[in-house]
Design a protein around this ligand. Sequence first.
Ligand code: BDE
Length: 153
Amino acid sequence: MEINHLEILNLLPHRYPFLLVDRILDYTANEKITGLKNVTINEPFFQGHFPGKPIMPGVLILEAMAQVGGILAYKSNEALQGKLIFFMAIDKVKFRRPVVPGDQLILELTALRTGGRVWKMQGRALVQEALAAEAELTAAVTDARENSASKEA
Ligand code: BDE
């Protein structure tokens, strides 16, 4: 089932210049998800990475993967909406080829562990079916309200 940019804005707290997914092409709750990001020369990060040699920062490819993974988690469990999901670990990261302006980045995540507070997913970033990056992402669900209350106590 597809998810468009308007619903993505309702699911994720990220905004410009840090929202790094344009559309979900398909997902199966608790199993897998495929996201799309159109990479344009107008991306703000290309101004500095690097002048005269625009290459998408690898850490932002990982961030795009994480955002798509977050959408899978939110769509798999209604109880997560209103809670924040935090990164715990990124393992087995490989950057295979540069991502450049004009590329259409396909972000595929497969759930390795779900259900509780800890989510682990295998992520792959592809451009025209060629692997650009891969990683295993681990994230934890936190009750945002409980957290901010404990800070003030
Ligand atoms: C290759 C595999 C995964 N990620 C990035 C690459 C890559 O080709 N990076 N290239 C960076 C690069 C940076 C600058 Br400054 C430069 O002038 C050139 Br010639 C580069 O290739």
